[in-house]
Design a protein around this ligand. Structure first.
Ligand SMILES: Cc1cc2nc3c(=O)[nH]c(=O)nc-3n(C[C@H](O)[C@H](O)[C@H](O)COP(=O)(O)OP(=O)(O)OC[C@H]3O[C@@H](n4cnc5c(N)ncnc54)[C@H](O)[C@@H]3O)c2cc1C
Length: 400
């Protein structure tokens, strides 16, 4: 078994790291303190630089204008980008657009690609994914009330969604809606592309999350669909494939998220170590001389390393055997890495004392926003249940 990273990938990672350190992190303070809108002009300028450097769309195949990286290599890049809250946006591989690009490439018609995918790839538009409803348990993705009823050559969509991340300013939403209530549960829903200027598409509000409503890409909207009419050509894939397409999105998507979280952990770790060395509690007595702090540093290092290898192994397993065969590894990383992330961020805030609670470092922003890592894309408990049930079944069947 060879754990070494190829020289070519190491060089790419060094270029990405330099860009994040020199270009992205200087914008961070304004983003954290003044919001997404305040830094948007700077972000657009830097996105141009990323394109010029040939680093645009690392996760997308070359024929669609991306770098065509493997899942493992993109995972490694994602960890570098995750060190700054703006990293993924700058390289156009941010959620939820990255997932929407993938499903449009996989399931979109030529016309859908032309109209919806190309502007996304070029970074001219943003998009959102509208599945969760306030009235239903989002962790049961086959249970929802939003309907898309066919009338002639149109679908008429009615429903109520929330946590549609980045809907504010998006050009279109990918909406999950029931198209056949009488079908078996996994075949009831479809995914439909709804342009944001369709009459009846209404952003009720950006939901306040941990005291912040956010704006633009950095927000989570409540959305109503009231007699929203779109042509049947806006159906993504076939009728009844909504759930299956959503599953397609989640396998590699969890690698993307988990490696982003590793990047956040690495940045928090850098901040922890730097503060431990430079903050003195008395003259000549740095925080790092305290055993509590040494314990946090050693524990964090071990947990981040372990989490990193688990995710890279899961990415390798997906590439080698497919997402279905790797579902146990995917569930394991989803809850495990989210837990490591919260622990490392908590230590980061604790060591920084009052400074940790401010927006002078990204720690508080991440602590607020990434608490959701234990909830979205399947809450911890659901992933644990899935893994444990499978193990117990195999043990009972003499397969383990
Ligand atoms: C910041 C953020 C961004 C999001 N972005 C999007 C987005 O862009 N698009 C979108 O459609 N949705 C999005 N979501 C919604 C997210 O997918 C849901 O919150 C998630 O699926 C959980 O659904 P729920 O909130 O309805 O919780 P519920 O399903 O009501 O679950 C509540 C809690 O119950 C427990 N639980 C649930 N099921 C089980 C079970 N089977 N066994 C044991 N315990 C269980 C878990 O602890 C869970 O946290 C986002 C959420 C957050 C917080």
């Amino acid at each position: 078994m060879d754990f070494s990273i190829p020289q070519q990938t190491l060089e790419l990672l060094a270029r990405v790291r330099a860009f994040i350190n020199e270009e992205a992190i200087p914008l961070e303070h304004a983003f954290l303190n003044e919001g997404f809108g305040a830094v948007l002009p700077g972000l657009e300028r830097l996105r141009g630089r990323v394109k010029d450097l040939g680093l645009w769309l690392p996760q997308i195949p070359k024929e669609y204008g991306g770098m065509g990286l493997s899942l493992v290599d993109h995972g490694l890049v994602s960890a570098e980008l995750g060190r700054c809250p703006l990293g993924h946006y700058l390289f156009n591989c941010q959620a939820p657009d990255a997932g929407n690009m993938e499903i449009l490439i996989e399931h979109g018609t030529q016309a859908q690609k032309q109209r919806f995918l190309m502007p996304l790839l070029e970074g001219k538009t943003r998009s959102c994914f509208s599945m969760t409803e306030p009235e239903h348990a989002g962790s049961n993705p086959v249970w929802m009330s939003t309907t898309a009823v066919r009338e002639g050559d149109q679908y008429v969509i009615n429903g109520h969604k929330w946590f549609t991340s980045g809907a504010d300013g998006s050009a279109f939403a990918v909406v999950m809606a029931v198209t056949d209530p009488s079908a078996p549960p996994h075949a009831r829903t479809s995914q439909i592309l709804v342009p944001a200027d369709t009459p009846g598409f209404e952003i009720v509000c950006n939901t306040s999350v941990m005291g912040h409503r956010g704006e633009g890409w950095a927000s989570h909207a409540e959305v109503r669909y009231t007699n929203c009419r779109v042509p049947v050509e806006n159906l993504l894939g076939k009728e009844g494939e909504g759930f299956a397409i959503a599953q397609d999105r989640l396998g590699p998507g969890r690698i993307h998220h988990c490696m982003r979280w590793i990047g956040i952990c690495e940045r928090a770790f850098e901040l922890i170590c730097n503060y431990a060395v430079h903050r003195e509690v008395a003259p000549g007595e740095p925080l790092g001389s305290k055993q509590f702090v040494q314990d946090w540093i050693a524990k964090s290092r071990a947990e981040i390393n372990a989490a990193r290898w688990m995710v890279l192994h899961a990415a390798w397993a997906i590439e080698k055997h497919g997402a279905k065969a790797a579902r146990e590894e995917i569930s394991l990383i989803k809850f495990h890495v989210a837990g490591v992330l919260m622990d490392v961020l908590d230590r980061g805030i604790q060591i920084h004392g009052g400074l940790g609670m401010t927006d002078d470092t990204p720690l508080a922003f991440w602590f607020r926003n990434e608490r959701a890592s234990r909830i979205y894309d399947g809450p911890d408990e659901v992933h644990k249940l899935v893994v444990a049930k499978r193990i117990l079944k195999e043990v009972a069947g003499g397969m383990r």
